[in-house]
Design a protein around this ligand. Structure first.
Ligand code: C2E
Ligand code: CA
Ligand code: CA
Length: 551
């Protein structure tokens, strides 16, 4: 059976309360309060079941106006209609009440039909309004928030606005670790923090979009202010939480053109928020045009990648490595480029990170390895003495269960002794899952491959890696050879690294060497190989063959 909803009658005169009760008692269960203070307490207690409030204005302790003042500030109660009962039609009182959020008026003439009609009307309207609020937090839901924001922007004259998207990192994890009740409490707390902070700040719209995502649209008074407001919400949400570590992200979009669609505004704030994820200590990011441009470029790359691979638009370049003792080329690194049909050459830094994210790198790496195997096969068939070619192995491949089998199959298919194909694995991979990687490395060693540690010194655990994983060759990261303020320091580090590698019996390749004095410096230290523009840039296969054998 459905429970009867309640009507709260607030009036200091018992007789008045009784009269309303007689009229409405058939439809509602009647609650009575003799002043505003008691009424507020009842409102809080019976929030879920009160369908409407009938309010007298003149009462002791707390009058109707004061009650309305409180009611106005209690967002989550505003779908409960308050109908003011008046004795005379005092216009000024009505105006005041409306400004405080009263829904309607009824005369205290106790004309039953009119009273019933007005109350039912208000209750009906409140049902529609309930659909606009998020039940968990009492603030606007997405639809209503978007609508209210649209209206606010439409009415804005010269005012500029900022739009903030706020959420909790790994909320689903919190939900599953601490239970949905805790998740719910957290959501409620964020709702409160958002509502409170925006109100204190001088207003704006706010709402819960879905899950742990909240948005606000507030008057814009400079980046510093928006940033401070965002930080404040973050602090409030985190302060009350001592139980577990909580991180938040915020994306901020400053609305340049108030006619922009709200969906677009929201997307831009989301793009900015996305930049926080995975970035340590970054809790808020302002949107910039470049972010969208980059996403667009990424999308284009994704749209075209399959067809490009099919059409062999990816080409392999070779960058020779020079043996310092003889000052002559010894092997090369294979580096991929994307050659568009119109001739433009896209550098790998533009597409490799995208492919690493979506997994396509597994296919592309294989494609490059196969091209290199074919090249090696051709050279061997021609009876030429060949130095090893190194290929890059993406981190994604190391987690690919088929990787080891695939690469071994490949060299077997082309009948290439494993010593001709060197594998470069970037240093940072080794700090991820040590055992998986170490096992892979051991397996590759048993299959006869030589493994180069690429970009040595670029990460934070380089030395640990050297200790824990058995690698064959060390490639010193390019950044040690870039010009800049710390050049002298870099030289000292390079010197130490080369000495250390020597004592570990690891040959060293210095990468990114562009200048003569660097070459001389490295020669002096006994560095084994140099790969850098000073000697040669990456070049097409034909040119590489020419370099090795002349015309
Ligand atoms: P990496 O493996 O560290 O490759 C060395 C990069 O340094 C190459 O850039 C090379 O052209 C550049 N370089 C070499 N010497 C110099 C120099 O003296 N000065 C300067 N400024 N640069 C120099 P590239 O070809 O643009 O490749 C960039 C990165 O893309 C590579 O860094 C590698 O991480 C990735 N990559 C390239 N090809 C492949 C591939 O087939 N598979 C995978 N997984 N990654 C690849
Ligand atoms: Ca490399
Ligand atoms: Ca490198």
């Amino acid at each position: 059976m459905k429970r009867k909803r309640q009507i709260l009658i607030v009036d200091d005169l018992k007789l008045n309360r009784a009269s309303f009760a007689a009229i409405l008692g058939g439809k509602f269960e009647v609650l009575e309060a003799e002043n505003g203070k008691i009424a507020l307490e009842m409102l809080v207690k019976h929030k879920e079941t009160i369908a409407a409030v009938i309010l007298d204005l003149m009462m002791p302790v707390m009058d109707g106006f004061e009650f309305l003042e409180h009611y106005k500030n209690m967002r989550e109660y505003q779908d409960i209609p308050v109908i003011v009962a008046t004795t005379s039609d005092e216009l000024e009182n009505e105006r005041k009440c409306l400004a405080l959020g009263a829904w309607d008026f009824i005369p205290k003439t106790f004309h039953p039909d009119i009273i019933r009609f007005r109350v039912m009307n208000a209750v009906q309207k409140s049902k529609v309004r309930t659909l606009e609020f998020d039940p968990m937090t009492g603030i606007y839901n997405q639809q209503k928030f978007f609508q209210a924001t649209r209206e606010m922007l439409d009415e804005a004259e010269d005012e500029k606005y900022a739009f903030i998207r706020f959420d909790v990192d790994r909320f689903k994890m919190i939900n599953s670790l601490y239970g949905p009740e805790e998740g719910g409490r957290l959501i409620h707390r964020i709702g409160q923090a958002v509502a409170e902070t925006v109100r204190e700040n001088g207003g704006g719209t706010y709402g819960r979009i879905s899950g742990d995502i909240f948005c606000m649209c507030i008057p814009y008074n400079g980046k510093k202010e928006v940033g401070a407001l965002t930080d404040k919400i973050r602090e409030k949400v985190r302060r009350k939480n001592m139980q577990y570590y909580l991180e938040t992200s915020a994306g901020i979009y400053i609305i340049e053109d108030p006619d922009t669609e709200i969906n677009q505004i929201y997307d831009n704030a989301s793009i900015a928020a996305e930049q926080c994820k995975g970035q340590h200590m970054v809790h808020k990011v302002f949107y910039s045009r470049e972010m969208s441009d980059r996403l667009m470029r990424e999308q284009m790359i994704i749209n075209e990648m399959d067809a490009a691979l099919e059409a062999e638009e990816f080409v392999v370049y070779f960058q020779p490595k020079y043996e310092l003792e003889k000052m002559s080329p010894h092997g090369a690194e294979a580096l991929v480029r994307w050659q568009k049909p119109d001739g433009t050459l896209i550098p790998p830094n533009e597409f490799i990170p995208v492919f690493e994210k979506n997994g396509f790198i597994v296919k592309l790496d294989y494609y490059v390895w196969e091209k290199v195997c074919r090249f090696i096969r051709k050279e061997l068939d021609a009876g030429r003495d060949l130095a090893p070619i190194s290929v890059n192995v993406s981190r994604v491949n190391l987690y690919n269960p088929k990787f080891l089998e695939t690469i071994i199959d490949l060299v077997e298919t082309y009948k290439i002794p494993a010593k001709y194909l060197h594998l470069e694995i970037t240093e940072s991979v080794f700090s991820e899952d040590a055992t998986i990687i170490q096992n892979a490395v051991n397996y590759l060693h048993r299959a006869g491959f030589t493994i180069l540690m690429d970009d040595f010194g670029s990460g934070y655990s380089s030395l640990n890696v050297l200790k824990d994983v058995n690698l064959d060759v060390l490639k010193i990261d390019m950044k040690f050879f870039s010009r800049g303020a710390s050049e002298e320091k870099a030289k000292k580090i390079v010197e130490a690294v080369i000495r250390m590698a020597e004592s570990l019996n690891m040959p060293v390749i210095a990468e990114g060497v562009e200048e003569k004095n660097q070459v001389e410096f490295l020669c002096g230290l006994g560095c084994d190989y140099i790969q850098g523009y000073y000697f040669a840039k990456p070049m097409p296969q034909i040119q590489y063959q020419r370099l090795l054998y002349g015309q």
